[in-house]
Design a protein around this ligand. Structure first.
Ligand code: ACM
Ligand code: ZN
Length: 531
């Protein structure tokens, strides 16, 4: 076996002689207020090794058969906010980290070591869980390690959202970008505007994947209540995952316009979209009621999501309606703007200014760069890396998820006949692994603006949770290593070797990943519903 089959590969590892043996007498000692993480570790060990261990906050006397000690160590320049030290020896496992997040990540590492050796032990002796002694020092390369999930085109049960967050945590991914609104559905309850979910969360039909011009005629609906949203945010917080909501504006808003037609330039009528694409109808940028509406909506969103960022979309905004709208033209004149492109910039800046009064910063897709952007706005790059270069040079923070490397709604194999329907394009595992978030063109100062990257899962052709897993894994596994591990240790062959073991771990968790080493596809196991 590969002795340390850990993904993402740690910053440094030094094997030492010996093994640690887990038994029913092993104790978990969680100091410094780390008991909740101690209990999480207990659950992890229970699920892998079937052992139910004691968790306490103080040393037991006499020293027991073996201890796992969790402690905080004070600030550490090298380890930063998320790093940790993990020392495994004959009698004890010692975990030290500057912050609880590092302790949590050390458990993700320990969990993978246990899973691997337990698997091997079971195969050979059917016995105890033994793990090799080692000293690991680990820390992430990037602070934004994200996965995006579109729940507007198709949505998934709350339990699946939790599972997705759990799988992110296993990969040491720390940011869940929740795409909650779009033309085809509004999926978050807003108390002040019940129409958004009464009308905006329902569409009459969905295009058939096999023939994208034809709709299935089957009504589709659903949304998350505010209680459910709070439950998800709380669940994620306990796994050190920050949830960033995306409320799209001023485009991709047909579901909102269908609910409140007075917010569009023409007044309607509108219906929640039953096809995919980019639609002409967007929020009217010349109507004060639109800004009032959005401030009300965002006020409720802020209450639900404690993160410092709100994603406000900003992508794919056709200007045709604005060019022909009296109100929009008056606004252009009143604000001294040149054209509709500047009106978009005005719109985004105005929302950003409102959010800053609520101590929130905006993230926008890279189109928000056009016509200028508030200095503290963060740009999420989706089209190509050149927008990241432009944004970083202008002094904006940047999150990289260029289509070419990070769109996990694409095909994974050249033989597309074997794959479930996808958005088009081809993004194999090896290419994700080759992704480098920092563009060559940037100097060291500009490089500091690259916060990290994320994988994006748009769900036009992904109606089921199993489909999401198939598209996400193991591409997210490769991305996790890109975002966590030092650039110098990246090696695709070595990654693949570790991945073989890691996939057995995913098997144990029942994940419907795409197996890059075998021809087992989602289509092959019949999980995609419209095939
Ligand atoms: C996007 O894919 N339109 C952000
Ligand atoms: Zn207008």
């Amino acid at each position: 076996m590969n002795t340390f089959p850990i993904i993402p590969k740690p910053y440094s590892m030094s094997p030492i002689p010996g093994v640690f043996r887990f038994s029913g007498h092993t104790r978990i000692i969680a100091r410094d207020g780390l008991e909740p993480i101690g209990v999480y570790l207990k659950e992890v060990i229970q699920s892998i090794a079937g052992l139910s261990l004691d968790v306490s906050s103080a040393e037991m006397k006499p020293p027991s058969a073996g201890t796992i000690l969790l402690t905080l160590m004070g600030e550490n320049q090298v380890l930063g906010r998320e790093g940790y030290q993990l020392e495994i020896s004959n009698n004890e496992i010692v975990i030290r980290a500057p912050h609880p997040s590092g302790v949590f990540y050390s458990i993700q590492t320990l969990r993978q070591l246990m899973q691997a050796s337990h698997r091997d032990q079971q195969l050979s002796e059917g016995g105890d869980c033994l793990i090799p002694a080692v000293k690991i020092e680990d820390r992430p390369r990037f602070r934004w390690r994200g996965m995006h999930l579109d729940v507007a085109r198709h949505m998934y049960p709350i339990d699946f959202i939790k599972r997705f967050i759990d799988l992110m945590a296993l990969h040491k991914l720390n940011t869940f970008h929740w795409h909650l609104t779009d033309d085809q559905g509004w999926r978050i309850e807003i108390k002040k505007y019940p129409g958004l979910t009464e009308i905006g969360s329902r569409r009459k039909a969905t295009p058939i994947p096999a023939n994208r011009q034809v709709s299935d005629g089957i009504p589709y609906k659903g949304f998350y209540t505010q209680d459910q949203v709070r439950e998800i945010v709380d669940y994620a917080t306990r796994r050190f995952v920050t949830v960033i909501p995306e409320i799209e504006l001023p485009g991709h808003v047909l579901a909102a316009l269908a609910s409140y037609p007075e917010l569009g330039c023409t007044g309607g009528s509108y219906q929640v979209a039953t096809s995919w694409g980019v639609f002409e109808d967007v929020f009217c940028a010349g109507n004060e009621k639109v800004y009032e509406f959005l401030e009300d909506v965002l006020n409720e969103v802020i209450e639900l999501f404690p993160a410092g960022y709100i994603h406000i979309g900003g992508d794919e905004v056709p200007k045709d309606r604005w060019n022909h709208c009296q109100k929009c033209q008056s606004m252009i004149e009143k604000q001294g703007l040149k054209n509709a492109a500047e009106l978009q910039s005005y719109f985004i800046k105005r929302i950003a200014a409102f959010l800053s009064t609520r101590r929130r910063r905006i993230i926008g897709w890279d189109e928000t760069l056009e016509g200028g952007l508030a200095a503290d706005a963060t740009v999420m790059v989706w089209r190509d890396a050149s927008y990241g270069v432009q944004a970083a040079r202008m002094g904006h923070d940047v999150i990289m998820c260029p289509t070419e490397y990070c769109y996990f709604d694409t095909y994974q194999a050249q033989d597309q006949e074997r794959e479930p329907p996808a958005i088009g394009g081809f993004l194999p595992l090896e290419k994700v692994y080759a992704f480098e978030p920092i563009p060559d063109e940037l100097n060291p100062d500009q490089t500091k603006h690259i916060l990290g990257g994320q994988g994006n899962i748009w769900t036009e052709y992904i109606p089921t949770p199993e489909g999401v897993e198939y598209m996400a894994f193991p591409r997210a596994t490769a991305l996790a290593e890109v975002l966590w591990s030092p650039q110098e240790v990246k090696d695709y062959k070595d990654f693949c070797q570790r991945l073989r073991g890691f996939l057995r771990h995913l098997d144990g968790l029942g994940v419907h990943y795409r197996d890059p080493f075998a021809v087992k596809t989602l289509r092959g196991v019949g999980l995609h519903n419209s095939l």
